[in-house]
Design a protein around this ligand. Structure first.
Ligand SMILES: CC(=O)N[C@H]1[C@@H](OP(=O)(O)OP(=O)(O)OC[C@H]2O[C@@H](n3ccc(=O)[nH]c3=O)[C@H](O)[C@@H]2O)O[C@H](CO)[C@@H](O)[C@@H]1O
Ligand SMILES: C=C(OP(=O)(O)O)C(=O)O
Length: 448
């Protein structure tokens, strides 16, 4: 199995460039299916396994997709299939985002229930509630969701019970081609939602209010391809900021947008780290011992759950005891067991972790239990005594471009030990709770 091998002890310095945002490019690629005329050109598309996977989904639907030099070209003028198969969708949750565009454009779609990081049950009830409000008929069976509409979807008012990023995106895309006006209330406000809205508007859609809790979409009859540059990845940026902080380093994170990183910057400052944003990036200087901080994850603009495990690594290095409360996902502390293998002292009580600082971390063989957990273990490895081997790195490859190379460029001692097997296709099995999808629905499926 491929691994990252990290030897701790090096202080990171220099400059690192952030890639395009995974969580922006994936919905944007899905949205490109709406383009009935012309092609979409997506710039700064990061070369991630997730991007390759969603490209495969689009190809399986009949779209023409090319990817070169971080530019994706999608020609979706002719689609030949409305079905996204298990083979691709099981690997990542975001592939479920083709449902909204297919339903809007083709009036029918059949999609396998999604995979992705096993950090909680991750139901899709809010997506389906939105589609039903737009007039779609939904049925479920054998791990697939089927949706059909009798003619065009119809605009509706939809209140989301949780401000779900994916549901907001899926509904926004479907509503873009609906007849009439859709209003999404309690919409997610993440920067990736704004990026998607900008992409859709470039295609000819009329989406207003993205980035606020109320999004208004006036449906149009047809959309066309557009040229669009993906925003920088705020979670990748935050991870390099954390790497600088944990190693007592001085790193310029090129491309990081401080407006997208408000809570991460605040928490690092509370820990005693100096943050100097400018128009091209953020300089992070850690020249004092880190102080303990408490963190609570929340939907944007709250502290991002996708930075929770990386911050836990920092809390281990800080002076004093810190607390993390995870409110977004119910099972996102799997990295705790792995940190403990490195001599960390962490107590989990429900959704809260109590982290004892000043940890004398020692290198160990650990597993990336999910994407961000993998990044966090590498951060811990950067300060651990001896060698840390991080396995299951197919999770990390889903979301970090050239992680070892970028860290090496900053002076870290890390490399990838590559082995032939198992390939991503074979190793990324769906979570146990996703075999027939019934646990994702929160409503009783018709086949139960
Ligand atoms: C590809 C992508 O963009 N992934 C991000 C997206 O995931 P994703 O879009 O899956 O996350 P959501 O915002 O939908 O999930 C937030 C919470 O809402 C719940 N929920 C969601 C949908 C639904 O229909 N019903 C429901 O109850 C989830 O179980 C979770 O507890 O936002 C998450 C929260 O910021 C991030 O961690 C992921 O990195
Ligand atoms: C949870 C994540 O991704 P996904 O939603 O694609 O599983 C993440 O990016 O940390």
């Amino acid at each position: 199995m491929s691994k990252f091998i990290v030897r701790g002890g090096n202080r990171l310095t220099g400059s690192v460039k952030v890639s395009g945002a995974k969580n922006s490019v994936l919905p944007i690629i899905a949205a490109s299916l709406l383009g009935e005329e012309g092609e979409s050109i997506i710039l700064d598309a990061p070369p991630l396994d997730d991007v390759m996977t969603i490209n495969k989904v689009l190809e399986s639907l009949g779209a023409g997709v090319t990817y070169q030099d971080e530019i994706i070209r999608v020609n979706a003028q002719e689609l030949t299939s409305c079905e996204a198969p298990y083979e691709w969708v099981r690997k990542m949750r975001a592939s479920f985002l083709v449902m909204g565009p297919l339903l809007a454009r083709m009036g029918y779609t059949r999609i396998s229930l999604p995979g992705g990081c096993a950090i909680g049950t991750r139901p899709i009830d809010q997506h389906l509630k939105g589609f039903e409000a737009l007039g779609a008929e939904i049925s479920l069976g054998q791990g697939y969701v089927e949706a059909k509409s009798n003619g065009r979807l119809r605009g509706a008012k939809i209140y989301l019970d949780v401000a779900s990023v994916g549901a907001t995106e899926n509904i926004m895309m479907a509503a873009s081609m609906a007849e009439g006006v859709t209003v999404i209330e309690n919409a997610a406000k993440e920067p990736e939602i704004v990026d998607l809205a900008n992409f859709l508007n470039g295609m000819g859609a009329k989406v207003r209010g993205a980035g606020t809790g109320v999004i208004r979409i006036e449906g149009v009859e047809k959309l066309h391809g557009v040229r669009h540059t993906v925003i920088p990845d705020r979670i990748e940026a935050g991870t390099y900021m954390a790497a600088a902080a944990i190693t007592g380093g001085d790193v310029y994170v090129e491309g990081a947008i401080s407006d997208h990183l408000g809570p991460v910057i605040s928490k690092l400052e509370e820990m005693g780290v100096t943050i100097q944003p400018d128009e091209n990036g953020i300089r992070v200087i850690a020249d004092k011992p880190l102080k303990a901080v408490d963190i609570k994850t929340l939907p944007y603009p709250g502290f991002p759950t996708d930075m929770q495990s990386q911050m836990m690594a920092l809390q281990l290095a800080a002076e004093g005891t810190s607390v993390i409360t995870e409110t977004v996902f119910e099972n996102r502390f799997m990295h705790v067991d792995e940190f403990q293998l490195m001599n960390a002292e962490i107590k989990v009580e429900g959704r809260t972790s109590i982290v004892t600082g000043n940890a004398k971390l020692t290198g160990a063989k650990v597993n990336a239990t999910d994407l961000r957990a993998g990044a966090a273990l590498i951060l811990a490895g950067l300060i651990a005594e001896g060698t840390t081997e991080v396995g299951s790195i197919y999770h990390i490859d889903r979301g970090y471009v050239n992680l070892a190379e970028k860290l090496t460029g900053l002076g870290a001692d890390i490399y990838r030990l590559t082995s032939e097997e198992p390939k991503l296709e074979k190793s990324a099995e769906p979570a146990a709770d996703q075999t027939d999808g019934s646990s994702l629905l929160k409503v009783q499926p018709t086949w139960a």
